[in-house]
Structures are given as C-alpha cells and as structure tokens.
Design a protein around this ligand. Structure first.
Ligand code: ATP
Ligand code: MG
Length: 566
C-alpha cells in the first residue's frame, strides 16, 4: 500500500482493518467525515459475550473517531421476541459502559417505510407475490451447483402483485398462503439471490406494534434498509453475512438509493472454548433447567458474567485483547479468566477464608487470649489501608493443607513440619486427634512467639498457610463454579453428539466456608480475594442471615502458562 500523507494514517500498522477503513473514509470525506455505527440485537434472548465483543467494537470504533452508535432492536420475528429481552439488553449495554445515541430504535419503527419500499419494488417489477408453499420453495431453490426453478407466479403483473400485497397486509390470507419475494435470479450461484422472501404472513402479536401488522419483513429485507434509514455509515456484522451483502446492495440499487448508502463490513465472530454462544442453545439450557436462569453465573451471558463477578472493565479489556479478525477462530476461555484476574488483582481486598476446615489447636498459646494482627487490605495497592485480623488458640486451616504421611516436597503442614501461619507465627505440628472412623478432628501444634510477622527471625520455613480464628470467624455459603462444559468445543465433538452431552456435572459445588468479619455485610457485586484460593464475589442471594459468595476464578493461572509456552 502506498504511503499516505495524511496524519491520521501514520500509525497504520497498529490499526485493525475496520479502523483503517474508517480512517480512510474520514480522510476521503466519505459520509462528510461522520461515523455512525449501530448495534442491532434481536430481542430473542439475553446478550452473551459474543455480543459484548460486537458492542465493544461498534461503540469503541465510534468513540475513537468522534462518532455515535445507535442501538436498534431487530424485532422482525414477533413469536420469539419480548420486552423482557429488550429491557435486559438495554441494561447490559449500559452496564458494559456504553451510551447509545438516543432514542433507541426498533426495526418495527420502520415497518411502514419498509412496506412503502416493498411497493416501490413491486411497481418496478422487482418483487412478486408467490403462492408456493415453503416446502415447494425450498425444493425449487436448487443447490449452489444446480440452478433453482422459477416460481410459476413470478410473472404476475405489477398491478396484480400490488393488489395481492395490499390484501396480504389487510389480513385476507392465512399464514403460509403467500409471501412476497424479490425477483432476482434463480440461477445465481449465491443462494441468497435466488428470489429471496421479503415478507411472510404471521398472524402474531408483536411486543411493540401489537396486532397492527400481519405481514412481517424478513431480516435480510429489514436490515440493510434500516441501516440506510438511520444513516449508518459503517454496518459491521459477522462473517456469516458476507454473502448476504450482494443482496443488501441489490435492494439499495433497485430502490434507486445512491446517496448515503451504508456499507457492510464483516469480521469473525467470537468463539470461546468450553462455551456455547448461540442464543437458541442458551435458551435451551434455561428452559430445560440445566442452569438456574439466563443470569446463572455459569452462563456466558453478560448478566451471567456480571453475577459471576466479571467487571465491565475486564470484559472490555478482553474484547480489546481478542482484536478484530477476518477469519473464524476459537479463543481460549482462559484469556477471559486472565482479564478478570488482572482486574481483581489490582482492585480486590484480600481476606482469609477456609473452605474445607479442620481445627488447629496451638497448645502453648494462652486460652482465652486474642491478638489483633495488622494486615494490608490489598498489598497490590500502594495506598492500601490496614485491617486487624484476630488470632487465637483455636484456628481453622484447610484440610488439604495437612497430610499425615506427606510425600517429599510437601511444604505444608505435616507431623514435625514447621510452617508459617500467614501474618502470624511459625508453628510446628505435634500430633493429631482422630474420631472412631479415623478422620482427623484436630491438629495440635506449638507456636514460636519470636517468629511473629514483622519481627526479625532466624526460622526459615517453606510453607505459608491461611487460617481463620474459630471464635472470630463467620460462616458463609460458597458456590464453587466451574466451566459448564467438559469439552473445549462441545458443539463439534462428533456428528452424533449434542452439546448437552458434555455438560460438566461438577460445574457447581456448594460448601460452607469460614471467613473474617470484614467479608460480612458487603453488597452484592463486591469482590474479594480469598487468599490462596481465588476471587469471589457477593451473590445477590445474600441476606442478613446468610452471606453467599460465588467463585469468580481460582487463583491458578492457566492463561499465563499458555502464553509462556507460546
Ligand atoms: P446468536 O446466533 O448467538 O443468537 P445472533 O447473531 O443471532 O447471535 P443478534 O441479536 O442478531 O444475535 O446479534 C446482534 C449483533 O451481535 C449482530 O451484529 C451480530 O453480528 C453480533 N454477534 C452475535 N454473536 C456474536 C459473536 N459470537 N461474536 C461477535 N459478534 C456477535
Ligand atoms: Mg440473529
């Protein structure tokens, strides 16, 4: 490519291909230098992380070039759509941190205009009313190699077509009895150009237009014209619509629209390992009760991620890291997990919580004594304040942190081993108490007063454990979430399996944990790091009696490992 003299083009290499297009358009004065993008969801489900990617892209692009973004609901299929979905989508876009240009638009705002456009095409002999059944049409379509068969109704006069179309609108025909089709080319190698349906009859109630209409525009007919009506400059969509583009251009050409034509650009949709993204399939999980709702913390929906403890900033950072590709690919879900860990590592306070407790008794520590140990709330934050943690004779530690017969290199607690209790003292394990079944009920140890944290001490130990004081800790419910699927690509395992065959039976485990007082009474959405365990967020199910925490992610970082390998 030739070197451009335009300043805006100087750092071309760091721009993605859409940014390059926009910069070129601005430089050449196309659309008067304006940028107007849109996010056009169909309100037939909740938004998922793929939509979030598209939102970040559309709103991000407009923001970068002083443009605006419209939110337009593609509500052309009344039987699958509802205001519940409309409201949820609005909330999610806002939560992600974006503001659309008011007002919110709906394809249904343009039903009348689209109808007029359709009549215009009929008058020009470019659209016709067809009486073929859906089955006949599908049979007659042919394949990319075999030309389709022209409809016997294809050569009705414009007059007759206009009359029939008006009567379709009036409700004189039954569903499936007639459709309006574009008259293009039944031999085109592009199947979308084989006289596609523009309108179908549906005697259905629409969530906005009620019973006003009984013919509804097809997505392909409504979409491009809606972009034109709104003056969208850059219509960005995913790759599967690339071969719809000639149809969109055909509609605009035949409507004799030459000024301010929107132009469509396609990018690769986001695919994530261990995740399904289709709204239809997500709806199945909800309806068949594999999850507790659209906002179940295991769902890849924006509302599920929010409840899981993801922040808007972490999702935006993820979208940025994924970038904009022109070819299909699958992103490792651990990149998403990495982004929330980065965010929470900077911003989440630390607390000690024990999830699988066993009692630790310090035999030489005075009974009834309590010490207050000062601890930084967040060591990653240079301005972090301190809190006090209570230490006493009886503590809980994690059962996994003790082994009676440890292998070599087990640096946690074992008979005779010395370990540090974080922020407190070094202790040595002396003995254990067991119940009749042989389960350990208590571990007894000795502490060394001179090893108090902050004091200089000669004792060097290899392991540091977290703990809570039995009488100073609070019980909480902890929901340990894991990936929803056991296979990285549950939809593509084999031809005779279904994605639901690979649901992870252990995607949720509920346990009782013991935590510090500072973790009690926090509002839903507040995140903490449970030291050595992971990040956790307060769930909206929490109430005065019981705090509920969701695990956001464990601390172990699989992404960093992958990156190192690469
Ligand atoms: P799904 O197949 O998941 O139901 P959809 O494409 O039918 O998705 P729409 O409501 O039509 O859902 O999508 C709104 C916008 O979001 C579209 O512009 C679409 O291109 C974009 N989008 C949907 N899924 C993804 C994805 N996985 N990655 C990027 N963008 C997406
Ligand atoms: Mg769609």
């Amino acid at each position: 490519m030739e070197k451009s003299e335009n300043n805006a083009n100087e750092n071309k290499t760091s721009l993605n291909f859409l940014e390059q297009i926009v910069e070129n358009d601005i430089a050449s004065g196309k659309h008067g230098g304006k940028v107007l993008t849109r996010f056009p969801p169909e309100p037939n489900g909740y938004l998922h992380i793929g939509h979030a990617k598209s939102i970040c892209l559309n709103f991000g692009l407009a923001k970068k070039y002083n443009g605006k973004t419209n939110l337009r609901f593609d509500d052309t299929n009344p039987t699958k759509e509802s205001t519940e979905y409309v409201d949820a989508i609005r909330e999610d876009v806002k939560w992600l941190g974006f503001q659309w240009q008011e007002p919110v638009w709906y394809a249904s705002d343009y039903f009348e205009k689209l109808y007029e456009f359709a009549e215009y095409l009929i008058q020009k002999g470019k659209a016709f009313v067809c009486d073929m059944t859906a089955e006949e049409m599908s049979k007659g379509r042919g394949t990319p190699q075999i030309p389709g068969i022209e409809s016997p109704w294809r050569n009705r006069s414009a007059e007759e077509n206009l009359d029939l179309f008006k009567r379709m609108r009036k409700g004189e025909f039954k569903e499936g009895e007639k459709v309006l089709r574009a008259k293009i080319d039944m031999t085109s190698p592009n199947m979308h150009m084989r006289d596609p349906v523009m309108y179908r009859i549906m005697h259905a109630h629409h969530h906005r237009t009620g019973n006003e209409w009984c013919i509804y525009p097809m997505y392909d007919w409504a979409h491009g014209q809606s972009d034109y009506i709104e003056g969208i400059t850059h219509s960005i969509c995913t790759l599967e619509f690339e071969n719809h583009r000639p149809l969109y251009e055909w509609f605009l050409d035949n409507l004799d629209i030459s000024e301010n034509r929107p132009r469509q650009y396609e990018f690769a949709r986001l695919n994530l390992t261990y995740t399904i993204m289709s709204k239809r399939k997500l709806l199945q999980l909800v309806e068949e009760k594999y999850v507790k709702g659209w906002n179940d913390p295991r769902m890849p929906t924006v509302s599920g991620l929010r409840r899981r403890g993801y922040t808007p900033a972490s999702i935006r950072a993820f979208a940025e890291k994924v970038g904009v590709a022109k070819r299909e690919n699958v992103i490792d879900v651990s990149l998403l997990e990495y982004c929330i860990k980065e965010d929470l590592n900077r911003n989440a306070s630390r607390v000690m919580t024990v999830l699988n407790p066993v009692k630790l008794v310090i035999d030489n520590y005075p009974e009834g004594q309590t010490e207050q140990l000062p601890v930084k709330v967040n060591p990653e934050d240079p301005e972090s304040c301190f809190k006090m943690v209570s230490f006493s004779r009886e503590l809980y530690i994690e059962r996994e942190d003790f082994m009676e017969n440890p292998p070599r290199k087990f640096f946690r607690m074992a008979p005779g081993n010395e370990v540090r209790l974080k922020y407190a003292y070094v202790v040595r394990c002396d003995s254990v108490v067991k119940d009749d079944a042989g389960n350990i009920t208590e571990i007894h140890c000795t502490y060394f007063p001179e090893t108090k944290s902050g004091l200089p001490s000669d004792k060097k130990v290899k392991g540091t454990l977290h703990w809570v004081s039995v009488s100073h800790s609070y019980e909480i419910e902890v929901r340990l979430y894991d990936r929803l699927f056991t296979e990285p690509e549950p939809e593509n395992v084999s031809e005779d399996t279904d994605f639901k065959d690979f649901l992870n039976p252990d995607s949720l485990k509920v346990v009782t944990g013991y935590t510090e007082p500072v973790a009690i009474g926090l509002r839903p959405g507040k995140s903490l790091q449970f030291e050595r365990l992971g990040y956790f967020v307060v769930d909206p199910d929490s109430n005065e009696e019981k705090m509920v925490y969701n695990r956001v992610v464990p601390l172990k970082d699989s992404w960093a490992k992958i990156e190192q390998k690469g």
